[in-house]
Each structure stands twice: as C-alpha cells, then as structure tokens.
Ligand binder design. Sequence first.
Ligand code: TXA
Ligand code: MG
Length: 342
Amino acid sequence: MQTTLYTQEIQKENKDAIRQAAEVIRSGGIVVFPTETVYGLGANALDEYAVKKIFIAKGRPTDNPLIVHISDRAMLDSLVSRVTPSAEKLLNAFWPGPLTIVFPKKEHVPLITTGGLETIAVRMPDHQIAQDLIRLATCPIAAPSANISGKPSGTTFEHVYEDFVGKVDVIIDGGETLHGLESTVVLCTEDEVIILRPGSITKDMLQQVLGDISVRNTQSRKELDQSPGTRYRHYAPQAKIEIIQNMTPEKIASRMTEMTQDGILVGVLATDDIVSQVSCPHTYSLGPKDDLPLIAQHLYDGLRYFDKTPVQVIFVPSFSGSLFAEVIMDRLSKAAGSTESH
Ligand code: TXA
Ligand code: MG
C-alpha cells in the first residue's frame, strides 16, 4: 500500500493536508494521527469495513475494543445511550483531554468497534490536528494507539513511520506527543467510577471533581476483563526488562557484572543522575529524576531505542512516591511482561 506522508514541512506548504486526510477517513481509509497522549491509528468508527483494517494493520486481537474519538458533544450523544451524572461531571472537567469514558453504546455503533461489547469508550482529544481531523471527517474516529500490537505506543513520527509505512493510507506528523502515555480509562456506573486503566489524570484528580461519588481502581480479574485490552501483553521492547528497586550506580554495576559473566548484554534506561554515572555502552536517559511528566513523555521512546541495539536485558528504575509515579510503573510492569502475552 502507498502511504501518503504529511510531515510537518508538507503541512506548512499544503494547508489542505488535514482536509485531505479527513477525506481518506470519510472514504473508508486508515490514518495515523497525533494526539496529546500518543499517536492513534484511526478509521471511521461507524464503518465496519474500515475499522477491520485497523485490526489487520496492528495485528490486534478483535476482542480488544477501540477508543472512539470525538470533536464535540453532539458526536457523543450520537454514540451513547446514557450519560451518568458522574460521567457528565468528568467530561465537563477533563474534555478535551486524556480521559476516556466508557458508556452504554447506541445500537448502530458496530460491534467490531467495541470488541463485541455493548459499551463504547469515548474520548475528546486535546490536540489541534486530531480535532481538525475529526471535525473535517464529520464522523467519530475509532483509534487504538498507533503501534504494532504488543509494542510500546508510538509517541514520535519516527515510531509510527517505522511501524506503519506501507500499511496505512496516511501518516500525519505531529512531532513528539505531549504526555507520552495513553489516556486514563474510566467506567462510570450510576453510583461509582472505576479506573480501568490508570493514566495522567490520576485518581485524586478524578475524586476532586466527583465530590462524594466514589472512585476506585479495578479490584478483581472479572472487573479488569471489562477492559479487555488489559489482558494482553503491552509496551514490550524485544529485550527483557528488569526493574531495579532503589536504583543506584553501584547496584547497576554489581548486577551488570553478574549478567556479563553469563554473557548477557545489558542496557540502562534511567534518569539523568544515574545514566551519567554508569559505564555501559547502551543507555537512554529519560530526563531529570524529579520531572515525572518528562520521564513519562520519553518512556516509550526509551523502550523502543533498545530495539535498535543488541541489548538483551534493560535495567529500569522503580518509580514511587506519587500517583503519577504509579502510572509509570503500571506501564513498566506491563512492559516487563507481568500480564499474559498473546
Ligand atoms: O490515549 C489513548 O487512549 C490512545 C489515543 C490514541 O487516544 N488510545 C489508546 O487506545 O491507548 P488503545 O486501543 O491502545 O487502548 C484502549 C483501551 C484498552 O485497554 C481497551 O480495553 C479499553 O481502552 N477499552 C476500549 N473500549 C472499551 C470498552 N467498551 N470497555 C472497557 N474498556 C474499553
Ligand atoms: Mg494500545
């Protein structure tokens, strides 16, 4: 397949680039586009045939539902049969932004889009290109993260080019994405809000808006199964990941000696303070240790970097001390393979 690339330079010259990409969506094609979280791989959410192409291009299991992206409230009302008071509060506070809300779906939404579920996950992205694309396409856009299934989500043009050139109709360059981690996913029932996937909108941010409506993390396997995506292995680079608690340069040195004796090639993905003090040919620095948003923004680029090296094991630090640190750990522990693979 011929992929049209709209790099940032081309977008400057061709003011109609996003309009042309929207036309591709309208006519049943698939388009990689930037959002404020990660890049998405989008198609018309109401066109079964187009949505099927997303699953094929990603190699994604078809029981893993997609997030549907909208540009205004009218689109939400066209897709969902009920908005609970808790959902109303959350969307007023956090949209456009990195929060995905699960609603009961209207009948006309195809089951392929929702992975066979009677519910639909919806998000209004806070990104100019994403918003223009949806508005100009005049249809909701179903889009999972743009990455080959199982790999870290794409957060730069280079990542998505590598995964999807020749497999999609269009790729739109939006530079490096702002958050670097996927949106928070919540299920809003009549009396509580359940976090199905943690993200940069944390539990206490949700609680603050919800007042006396309770918000909690998923408690059981059964609940987690309501968000089928969490069943699959995710964010995984080719090398194995070893999470090191209270990482210090000394700890790395001694663990590295052990590994090297076994003939294993090691890399270090850590913050500036550590990376500047280790002697290892393959390192990636995520940024200053106190800047968690920056660390999150670079995390997937760091994981993907090691795929270009012969490294077999990547040492990564354990982050703690805040809800946001826990979100980074959620992704790292999944990358380390502590969920089922497929
Ligand atoms: O930031 C993001 O959310 C990015 C950008 C592109 O918007 N998208 C993204 O999509 O991360 P994806 O497909 O990689 O992850 C979607 C998550 C999965 O965990 C999936 O199970 C969950 O949302 N999900 C989708 N529809 C659902 C539904 N009806 N009920 C429960 N969970 C759902
Ligand atoms: Mg994904």
